[in-house]
Design a protein around this ligand. Structure first.
Ligand code: NAP
Length: 170
């Protein structure tokens, strides 16, 4: 079965974006394993807020199948994305059973929580930046998964102090 992999950057205190959605703290000076990871997936999943952030730039994943979760009636737009309404977990469960490469869960915090709670995230690759933001958007917006433990399967330390941790969730 295809794996759902949450590949995402966080601050030391577990935020994926700072106050007012600030992402200026994210390192953009290197690859940090991105290209190799990108080759392992053929599909992305994201919540509408993440898509809303991404769409201000030239669309970065034109060669992938991209699904955007929304609860509103939204028409398709210029980018190669498909809007998905309805049950996030049910859709993802079905998608996992189809043929293909792994699936990148981009985020954000709301969709991450839904899929973690549903037990549908297979792996998490967290690029932890050496910065404390103090406030912002959490990696998981909802607390229902508190006290769940994960298995560390890989770690990498980069010169600038960024640490990349890979966890198996099952
Ligand atoms: N650091 C990183 O690597 C990284 C990665 C990804 C994202 N981010 C940041 O994360 C932020 C977005 O995260 P977020 O937590 O605000 O939002 P999100 O998880 O990206 O999207 C939430 C949206 O998904 C839609 N949705 C569909 N089904 C839903 C359901 N059952 N329950 C709740 N929402 C549902 C809703 O959109 P509708 O209003 O359309 O219904 C909801 O507002 C952005 O600022 C982005 O920059 C950072």
């Amino acid at each position: 079965m295809r794996k759902i992999v949450l590949f995402i950057a966080t601050s030391l205190d577990g935020f994926i974006a700072g106050k007012n959605g600030d992402t200026s703290w994210l390192y953009s000076d290197g690859d940090y394993g991105y290209k190799a990871f990108y080759e392992t997936i053929d599909t992305t999943l994201m919540g509408f807020n993440t898509y809303h952030y991404i769409r201000q730039f030239p669309f970065p994943y034109p060669d992938k199948k991209n699904y955007v979760f929304t609860q509103k009636e939204r028409l398709s737009d210029d980018n190669p994305v498909e809007f998905v309404r309805g049950d996030v977990a049910q859709f993802t469960q079905k998608l996992k059973q189809t043929e293909g490469k792994n699936i990148w869960l981009l985020g954000g915090g709301k969709i991450n929580s839904i899929l973690l709670t549903a037990g549908l995230i297979d792996q998490m690759v967290l690029s932890i930046h050496p910065i404390v933001l103090g406030e912002g958007l959490k990696l998981f917006q909802d607390h229902s998964m508190m006290n769940k433990h994960f298995r560390l399967v890989n770690h990498e330390i980069f010169d600038k102090g960024l640490v990349q941790l890979t966890y198996q969730t099952q």
